[in-house]
Ligand binder design. Structure first.
Ligand SMILES: [Zn+2]
Length: 423
């Protein structure tokens, strides 16, 4: 974490703006700019926590803020403490504390014992630009709050970022949800992260979501979630091109001389469109791309030299091969459309399941037409396994969709994400 002070800009500034706003210190816009209103909020925060009130977010201040970003504190039991008293003090609930400390006996608290206290606030913020670093911290925080989540790494991106997956449930029915193959479509990453958090919360609280019982789903199914297939591309779009990027000059060349990537870059950091890098009519697509003048690295639609040439798509395909997925969802934006078939290879039930998804979301069920839609992940999955696979295009407008669309997108897709695990 870099030291943040007035005048600075960035996604890291925006994340702190949102945190200070949740904690009641900041009432200004989440505009990525560290202005005087934010400085005053930081000073108030520092005073409240006994920190040097200089309005600068250095290591000491960040250390306190980070606990809230992660969503939990570690606490040492003192004489007279009870779980109930502690939960009142932290504005949290008993079931949430017990979930975070599965091996503790609440009737036998030991003085001096260290326990995890989840704060009453959510971990996943859905009103900010969602970079890889934010996702990574959210995964760390959720894993501590909900130790029944199993976190793993399916591979590395070109720039060495982890391709995280989270397993929700321990049932035999395996399904796979992934998001953000395309950089500009990063809004799909917080969609899956928020679903994960809400599912875990309801599981702990013993409540239903839209009539679905999370504990029932948890025991029947294993939902594997890979929220960000293309972290290098997402960060390029959200943070801009950094001088120390090893592909710095090539990226500018591939971007037709422009240093601005925020409105057009869909590919990975090597200019390969990951959702055209799968082995499903790959060569046919490659010819189509060439006829459109795309023969090398480019902001979008270049399929790469060969199927799975990129570490990100290779990791997703390997991950798929090493499981027995009954169904997959690949999240994209935009269009409010669900694509369900590939070359008539989908099983008969795939259309009927797609119709259920369409009813649950209000989206249109459709079949992609023409070669421009070849060599995507769901195409490859359907071709290889003849099982239900879907590309879901969330939201409406021009990519990147504004984060203000998040609440609507979440409402539309929550039931699909529940249904897909048991259908
Ligand atoms: Zn896409």
């Amino acid at each position: 974490m870099r030291t943040l002070r007035m005048g600075m800009r960035g996604t890291d500034v925006m994340e702190i703006q949102s945190l200070l706003s949740i904690l009641g210190y900041y009432k200004g816009a989440l505009d990525r700019i560290f202005g005087s209103q934010m400085r005053n909020a930081v000073i108030a925060f520092q005073r409240n926590f006994g920190l040097t009130a200089d309005g600068v977010i250095g290591p000491a201040t960040y250390k306190v803020m980070e606990k809230y970003l992660l969503g939990y504190d570690t606490y040492v039991i003192k004489p007279g403490d009870t779980f109930y008293k502690i939960s009142q003090r932290y504005f949290t609930s008993l079931p949430r504390i017990l979930a975070a400390n599965p091996n503790l006996d609440p009737t036998r608290l030991q003085i001096g014992q260290q326990i995890i206290i989840p704060y009453g606030i959510d971990v996943v913020q859905t009103n900010i630009d969602y970079t890889y670093e934010i996702m990574e911290r959210d995964i760390r925080g959720l894993q501590v709050r909900y130790p029944f989540l199993q976190v793993g790494v399916a591979g590395k991106s070109v720039l060495g970022k982890n391709l995280y997956y989270i397993r929700l449930g321990n049932g035999t029915n395996e399904v796979f949800y992934n998001a953000a193959h395309h950089s500009l479509e990063w809004i799909t990453a917080p969609l899956l992260m928020k679903y994960l958090e809400n599912f875990a919360k309801a599981y702990v609280d013993g409540t239903n979501i839209k009539g679905y019982n999370p504990r029932d789903i948890f025991s029947r199914s294993s939902i594997y979630i890979m929220p960000m297939v293309n972290p290098d591309g997402v960060n390029l779009v959200l943070d801009g091109l950094s001088r120390d990027n090893p592909y710095y000059s090539q990226l500018i060349r591939w971007n037709n001389g422009s240093t601005s990537f925020g409105r057009n870059w869909q590919a990975n950091i090597k200019g390969v469109d990951l959702n055209h890098n799968y082995n499903a009519l790959f060569n046919e697509y490659k010819e189509v791309a060439a006829s459109m003048g795309i023969t090398g690295p480019s902001p979008s639609r270049y399929p790469g030299p060969s199927p799975e040439s990129e570490p990100e798509s290779k990791a997703v395909a390997d991950f798929t091969r090493s499981h027995n997925f009954r169904l997959v969802l690949a999240y994209h934006s935009q269009g409010e459309v669900i694509y369900w078939n590939f070359q008539n290879m989908a099983p008969p039930e795939a259309r009927q399941i797609g119709q259920q998804f369409a009813r649950a979301s209000g989206y249109i069920l459709d079949v992609p037409t023409g070669a421009a839609s070849y060599s995507g992940y769901k195409d490859w999955f359907i071709q290889q396994y003849r099982r239900p696979g879907y590309t879901i295009e969330v939201g409406r407008g021009t990519n990147p969709l504004p984060i203000s669309q998040f609440p609507q997108i979440y409402r539309d897709n929550e039931e699909i994400l529940l249904l897909a695990a048991i259908v």
